[in-house]
Design a protein around this ligand. Structure first.
Ligand code: SF4
Length: 366
C-alpha cells in the first residue's frame, strides 16, 4: 500500500484509530479499483477508469472486475468511445460482472449525461457524481478519493460493519456511517479507511468474523470479540450445547435461540407495543421446566410457521429465522438473562413478564 498517510501524533488516539494504524502497518493489499487507479497517470483518464470500474465492481468479485475492466479499457478509452459503442456489444464485453445488462445501460446513460452536461469530463464533485446512473455515495466517494485525490469517505458494507463492530459508530446503514465518520474521524484517515477495511472485511472481519485469524493487537481490545467470547463463556458456564432443529430432546431445561434479522424493522409485540428492532442477531432466553412441558415441545412451537402469537418472541420470529439453538438441562433462564444484560443491549420487558428480569432478549450487531 502506498499513499501519503503517516502514523504520527500517537498520543491520545482512540482505540478505533489505533486499529486503523495497526491495519495500515500490517496489510499490504489493495482492492481492485485502487490497483486500477494506480496504473493510470493522467487525471482525466484516471477519473474515467475509476468511475467505470467502480460501477462494474458492485456485487462482483475483484478478479472478475479486474479481468473485465482490462478487456473493456482496451476498447473504450474515454466517454466518446462509451457513447459510440453499441449497448449489446458492451453487454458482451462486461459479461460476467453482476447485473451486466443493467450496468451496460447505466454506462451508456452515464456517458450521455457526462458528455451533454459536463463537456465529456467526469465531474469532480460528490453532488454531481451521485446524480449519474449507477453511481451511489460509495462510488462517488471512491472516485473523489482515488481519481481526484480529494477528501471523501467511501463507506461500503465492510466499512459500515467494522466501524459498528468496533463501536466507533452506532448506525443502521452505510450512508449513516459515512455521515458519522465525516463528523468524528480525523481527516488523515478519510482516504485510507475504505482500502483498509475492505481488505480486512473480506478476509478476516467478514460477516461471520474469523477472529482466530485476526491480528492479536486488534483482537485483544476488540469490543465485538469481547461480546462473542463472553457469550461463549456463558454457554460453557451453564452447560449449554448446540442442537439442530430436528434433534431437540424431550427433556426439561433452558434454551437460547439465536435469531437473525436481515433488515431493521418496527415490530409490534405484546399489547400493541412498537419497537425498532435493528438488523442483526438476537439471543432469546426461554425455558421449558413445567410438568407438562419439554424443550422439544416448547422450541417446536417457536419453529412452527402457524404460531399462535402467544409469546413476545413469536412476533420477532415472524420477521427473522432461528439460526442456532442452545440447550441446557439446568433451570437458569433468569441467571443467564442477568449475565447477558451486563454485556449486551436488550429490549426492555421482552419475554420477561413472568419474572423480575429486565429482559430475555439481547442484541448483537451483525
Ligand atoms: S476480533 Fe473478530 S470481530 Fe474483532 S476485528 Fe478481529 S475478526 Fe473482527
Amino acid at each position: 500500500m502506498n499513499n501519503s498517510y503517516n502514523i504520527e501524533n500517537r498520543d491520545d488516539i482512540s482505540n478505533f484509530q489505533r486499529f486503523l494504524d495497526i491495519l495500515y502497518k500490517k496489510l499490504n493489499k489493495n482492492p481492485v479499483v485502487e490497483e486500477i487507479s494506480k496504473q493510470v497517470e493522467d487525471a482525466e483518464t484516471k477519473a474515467f477508469k475509476v468511475l467505470i470500474s467502480t460501477v462494474l465492481s458492485a456485487r462482483t468479485k475483484d478478479e472478475t472486475t479486474s479481468e473485465v475492466s482490462e478487456r473493456l479499457f482496451k476498447k473504450i478509452k474515454n466517454i466518446d468511445d462509451l457513447l459510440n459503442i453499441d449497448q449489446n456489444e458492451l453487454e458482451k464485453i462486461i459479461y460476467p460482472v453482476g447485473f451486466y445488462k443493467t450496468k451496460a445501460k447505466y454506462l451508456k446513460d452515464l456517458a450521455k449525461i457526462v458528455k451533454n452536461e459536463y463537456g465529456g469530463k467526469i465531474p469532480n464533485k460528490l453532488e454531481d457524481l451521485i446524480k449519474l446512473p449507477g453511481v451511489g455515495r460509495k462510488t462517488a466517494n471512491l472516485v473523489i478519493t482515488l481519481a481526484f485525490d480529494d477528501y471523501g469517505i467511501c463507506v461500503d458494507t465492510h466499512v459500515h460493519r467494522i466501524c459498528n463492530r468496533w463501536e466507533y459508530v452506532n448506525t443502521e446503514n452505510p450512508d449513516e456511517t459515512e455521515m458519522e465518520l465525516r463528523k468524528k474521524l480525523p481527516k488523515k484517515y478519510w482516504k485510507i479507511i475504505n482500502n483498509l477495511l475492505v481488505v480486512y472485511g473480506r478476509e478476516v472481519c467478514s460477516p461471520i468474523p474469523k477472529c482466530d485469524k485476526c491480528f492479536n493487537e486488534v483482537k485483544e481490545t476488540c469490543p465485538y470479540y469481547e461480546k462473542l467470547r463472553y457469550f461463549s463463556e456463558i454457554l460453557e458456564q451453564y452447560n449449554f450445547k448446540k442442537v439442530s432443529k430436528n434433534k431437540i430432546p424431550e427433556e426439561k431445561g433452558t434454551y437460547i435461540l439465536k435469531i437473525k434479522l436481515n433488515n431493521s424493522k418496527n415490530i409490534t409485540f405484546g399489547k400493541n407495543r412498537i419497537e425498532r428492532f435493528k438488523k442483526g442477531y438476537y439471543f432469546y432466553v426461554g425455558s421449558a421446566m413445567g410438568s407438562s412441558n419439554n424443550l422439544k415441545r416448547r422450541i417446536g412451537r417457536h419453529l412452527r410457521d402457524d404460531k399462535k402469537m402467544h409469546w413476545h418472541i413469536d412476533y420477532l420470529l415472524k420477521h427473522g429465522p432461528i439460526k442456532e439453538i442452545y440447550i441446557s438441562n439446568d433451570p437458569v433462564e433468569c441467571n443467564i438473562s442477568r449475565d447477558l444484560m451486563k454485556m449486551f443491549d436488550f429490549v426492555e420487558g421482552f419475554g420477561s413478564s413472568d419474572c423480575k428480569c429486565k429482559s430475555h432478549l439481547f442484541y448483537l450487531k451483525p
